[in-house]
Structures are given as C-alpha cells and as structure tokens.
Write a protein that binds this ligand. Structure first.
Ligand code: GDP
Ligand code: ZN
Length: 304
C-alpha cells in the first residue's frame, strides 16, 4: 500500500492512506533512500510503501522524491536533516510589526528554498498594527521581492478574511515557516481550526524563546491541498553551498553574473568589470539584497 507521511517523531510515522484514513507506522530495520545520508531517513511529505502487521503499519520503502528541503542540524555540524520532501512551495510568514523579521533572515530563507528549486511565498502579517509610515515601508519591501519573482501577500490574520492566502495554497503542498511570534499558528488555525496550534502570548516567547511545536507536521486541507507546519526556526543553514554558487540563488543576479569579466570566478565584491556591482549602484539590484548576499558570502549571519 502507498501512503503519505504526515508526521514523524523519529520512531513512529503518521501516514495518510489512499482511503483518507491515518495509519501509525514504524520502520523495520534500516531503511535508506539511495544517495541520502541525512540523519532522518523518512521525512514529512515522503510517499512511502507500507504493509499492515495487525494494526500497526510497517514502512517498507520510500518512493523517489521530487525534491526536499534540508536543514543543517543544530548540534552536529555537517549533518543535515530533511525538513520536508515533495514540496511545491515554501512560504515564510513575516512581519514589519513586532517581532519584526529581518531582511537578512528573509533573504536566507529565499536563497535556501531557491537552492532546492522550490518557489517561494512571503506573507506579511499583522497589517492591522502598521501606521502609515510602516505601511509605506512594507510596500517598498514587498516590491523588492515581487520584482524578483517571489509571490507576496499582506494580511492581518486577526482581522482579515484569508481567502487570498487560500488561493495561493490551493492544490499544492506548502511548507510554512516563520519566526516565533509572527502569527503562523493564528494563520494555520484560521486555515483549518482542526489544526489547533497553540497561539502563544508575545510575552511568553520573548521571555523564554520556547517553541510550541517540535516536529514538522503536514495537514490535509482537502482538495489535494497540504500545509507543512515547521517548528520555530531560528536559523536556516545553507547546506553544501560554495561561494561561486551563491549568486545563482539570487534570481536578480543569476543571468547578469554571466556578464562578469571573471565569469564564474567573480564573487561580485570588488572585481574588475563585475556586472553585479553597477546594477547595485544604479538600483536594478536592491541594496538590501546585495547586503544579504555579502553577509551570506562571509558567513556573517549564519546564526540568524
Ligand atoms: P507564531 O509563534 O508565529 O505561531 O504566532 P502566534 O500565532 O502564536 O501569534 C503570536 C501573537 O501575535 C498572538 O498574540 C497573536 O494573537 C498575535 N497575532 C497574530 N497575527 C496577528 C495579526 O495579524 N495582528 C495582530 N495584531 N496580532 C496578531
Ligand atoms: Zn561579478
């Protein structure tokens, strides 16, 4: 039988069966997807084959993945963890209000998703808290991202109808991430009250920095629409990426960099006849994006 992994605790897996029922599965022996050396062999979003042993499912194989998103494991450097597999898009909930999401963090998220060839969506939440000046700033930020092909949406999870968000999610599998406190749980609960994520108090997370969820979990919203909630993410590791490669994951640099005199050896810092630097100077490339690029290149913001 074939099913879809909705949740993984490391030893047990909740698998959605073809008939819509959920089967708790475990893995017998060692199961590895060929070519993968990550710490967890089976990830949320994996399509698996399983058999039933009395009432308990046993996963016998993992079907080939369309893609996956890796996350550098916090403790063991060099070791990566598959956050999710078979993802159509990655959505980051951000806010210009409190706790304000830094542009560096946004860019890191986008670059990571781009490196796994997963399209990105940015949802700017808490619009109801923005004054005229902040709204104007948010417009400018949204404009930067829309220009480079990222889907953007502004809303208030508290006061707005979230129909526009449902349209973006419809028929797809979307990985949803966001810093603690931006309103991710509020949004998920509004998408489907059955998700029932604990909505934290601002004071709570500021004081302790605790996360209300520990494992990535996928929810079935019907009509072939799935969302994967990821636990509070403090950092996004850029896995296995070299300096030459980085500008390939900035869509606004990808084509332009072919015009650099040094070709692929150009890192766009101060090289002669670089095509990127003038584009930053004349505003074709947003200075904030270039700034993020330089920081990622130097590894400076790797812990944010
Ligand atoms: P999470 O940590 O990202 O899951 O954030 P929560 O959903 O727990 O929300 C954190 C706090 O922000 C809660 O007090 C929510 O009520 C509040 N919140 C969420 N969305 C909005 C919004 O659009 N506007 C306002 N004013 N508050 C919001
Ligand atoms: Zn260059």
């Amino acid at each position: 039988m074939e099913g879809l992994v909705l949740r993984s605790t490391g030893s047990f897996y909740d698998v959605l069966a073809k008939d819509g029922s959920k089967v708790v599965c475990r893995v017998r022996g060692k199961l590895r997807l060929e070519g993968f050396k990550e710490s967890n062999p089976i990830a949320v979003g994996d399509r698996v084959e399983y058999t039933l042993d009395h009432d308990v499912g046993v996963i016998t194989s993992i079907l080939p993945r369309e893609n996956h998103i890796l996350r550098q494991s916090v403790k063991k450097t060099g070791h990566a963890h598959v956050l999710a597999a078979n993802v159509d898009q990655a959505l980051l909930v951000v806010t210009i209000a409190l706790p304000r999401t830094s542009l560096g963090f946004i860019d890191r998220f986008l670059v990571t998703a781009e490196s796994f060839r997963v399209p990105q969506v940015l949802v700017f939440n808490k619009r109801d808290l923005l004054d005229a000046e902040s709204l104007e700033y948010q417009e400018a930020v949204m404009d930067i991202y829309q220009t480079i092909g990222v889907e953007v949406l502004s809303l208030s999870a508290l006061t707005d109808d979230i129909e526009p968000l449902k349209k973006i999610l419809y028929g797809k599998t979307t990985l949803i991430a966001g810093h603690s406190g931006v309103g991710k749980s509020t949004i998920l609960n509004k998408l489907d009250p059955r998700i029932n994520q604990k909505v934290g108090e601002i004071s709570e997370y500021l004081a302790k920095g605790v996360h209300t969820t520990t494992f990535a979990e996928m929810f079935d919203l019907g009509n072939n629409t799935f969302v994967i909630d990821t636990p509070g993410i403090k950092e996004w590791g850029l896995v296995d990426m070299n300096a030459q490669e980085l500008s390939d994951y900035f869509p606004e640099m990808r084509d332009l960099r072919l015009e650099c005199k040094l070709g692929s050896r150009c890192l766009h810092i101060n090289e002669p006849k670089c095509a990127i630097i003038p584009a930053v100077e004349n505003g074709t490339i947003a200075p904030t994006r270039y700034d993020s690029y330089l920081k990622m290149l130097s590894g400076e913001d790797s812990r944010k």
